[in-house]
Every structure is written in structure tokens, then in C-alpha cells.
Design a protein around this ligand. Structure first.
Ligand code: HEC
Ligand code: HEC
Ligand code: HEC
Length: 104
């Protein structure tokens, strides 16, 4: 019995720290572009003062799961997805700054 309780405590702590570890330290890699892979840093975006809801809302990235939207440059230039901010106003513009996102 004691062992089971201990195991449950360990599992619970594990789940809680995993949930907390998700936001800031998380890095997502988008590797489908011929232009080079794009590394999205949760930390850089958090340090820029953004809240989860700035991105995770119906209009931008509705789901907290990688791969639920298909990001294209046309969409970005049209002000969707990363382009909501990467338009030269809230953050650096996507046009002419390919290499700040894409690394070969
Ligand atoms: C600057 C934008 C931005 C901010 C701010 C942001 N996220 Fe995300 N997050 C994303 C993108 C983009 C994805 C991938 C979505 C997709 O592919 O559909 C994502 C995916 C995720 C995922 C899934 C990761 C995976 O491996 O599938 C989780 C969990 C998540 N975000 C949690 C959070 C939490 C919690 C916060 C706030 C602390 C947060 N995000 C803030 C942009 C952001
Ligand atoms: C809600 C606004 C917002 C969204 C959406 C957003 N970003 Fe950002 N991003 C920022 C801000 C603000 C910064 C920091 C200021 C700056 O570098 O212009 C930043 C910085 C970055 C940087 C750091 C660049 C450098 O040279 O330091 C990269 C790379 C980046 N974003 C990629 C992405 C990608 C890829 C997406 C889409 C998956 C995305 N961002 C979506 C606001 C956003
Ligand atoms: C703010 C970050 C960001 C910047 C800046 C950026 N891209 Fe992208 N780009 C992305 C993301 C994210 C994807 C999706 C990659 C994936 O799904 O694996 C993408 C996809 C692509 C694709 C494949 C999809 C499509 O639309 O054809 C090409 C080609 C591409 N980018 C070229 C460029 C070029 C050229 C530039 C500069 C003029 C540029 N990108 C600037 C983030 C960026």
C-alpha cells in the first residue's frame, strides 16, 4: 500500500512539473520548408511579454498541439499565424528576414 501511495505521489509530481514546463521552455521545430527549418522558441516569445492567449485563440493558433494548422508564407504575408505579429509592427517583418526564422 505504502509503495502504491508513493508511486502515485511521484506520478502526480511528474505530471504537474511537465504541465508547468510546457510554456516558457518549449521549442517547436517546423521542418517542412525547403527554405530551411524554423525553430519557434517559447522562451523568446514569453520574454517578449506575450501571453498564451495572444497566440492561442480562435484566430491565431486555436489548438495547443503542433501541426494543427498549415503555415504557409502566403498566410504569413496575409497577416495570419506568425504573420499576426511578424508584419514589421509588433515584431520583425517576415519579408526580407527569411533567415531570422529559416535556418539551413
Ligand atoms: C507567440 C505565439 C505563442 C505563444 C505566446 C504561446 N504559444 Fe503555444 N504554440 C504556438 C504555436 C505556433 C504552436 C503550434 C500550433 C500548431 O502547430 O497548430 C503552439 C503549440 C503549443 C503546445 C503544443 C506543443 C506540441 O508539442 O504539440 C502547447 C502545449 C502550448 N503551445 C502551450 C502554450 C502555453 C501554455 C502558452 C502560454 C504560457 C503558449 N503556448 C504561448 C505559439 C504560441
Ligand atoms: C503574438 C505575436 C507573435 C506571434 C503570433 C509570433 N511571434 Fe515571433 N516574435 C514576436 C515578438 C514580439 C518577438 C520579439 C521581438 C522581435 O524580434 O521582433 C518575436 C521573435 C521571434 C523570433 C526571434 C528572432 C530573433 O532574431 O531573435 C523568431 C525566430 C520568431 N519570433 C518566430 C516566430 C514564428 C515561426 C512564429 C509562428 C509559428 C511566430 N514567431 C509567431 C511575436 C510573435
Ligand atoms: C516569422 C518567421 C518566418 C519568416 C521571417 C519567414 N518564414 Fe517562411 N515559413 C515559416 C514557417 C513557420 C513555415 C512553415 C514551415 C513548416 O510547416 O514546416 C514557413 C514556410 C515557408 C515555405 C514553405 C511553405 C510555402 O509557403 O511555400 C517557404 C518556401 C518559405 N517559408 C520561404 C520563406 C522566405 C523566402 C522567407 C523570406 C522572404 C520566409 N520564408 C520568411 C516562418 C517564417
Amino acid at each position: 500500500m505504502k509503495k502504491i501511495v508513493l508511486l502515485m505521489v511521484v506520478l502526480f509530481v511528474g505530471v504537474v512539473t511537465a504541465a508547468v514546463a510546457v510554456p516558457s521552455g518549449r521549442t517547436l521545430v517546423f521542418d517542412k520548408s525547403p527554405e530551411g527549418k524554423v525553430t519557434f522558441s517559447g522562451k523568446i516569445h514569453k520574454d517578449a511579454g506575450l501571453k498564451c492567449r495572444d497566440c492561442h485563440n480562435k484566430k491565431v493558433f486555436p489548438k495547443m498541439k503542433k501541426g494543427t494548422v498549415k503555415i504557409t508564407m502566403d498566410a504569413i504575408y496575409a497577416g495570419k499565424y506568425c504573420g499576426v505579429c511578424h508584419n514589421g509592427k509588433r515584431a520583425f517583418e517576415a519579408k526580407n528576414n527569411c533567415k531570422r526564422c529559416h535556418v539551413k
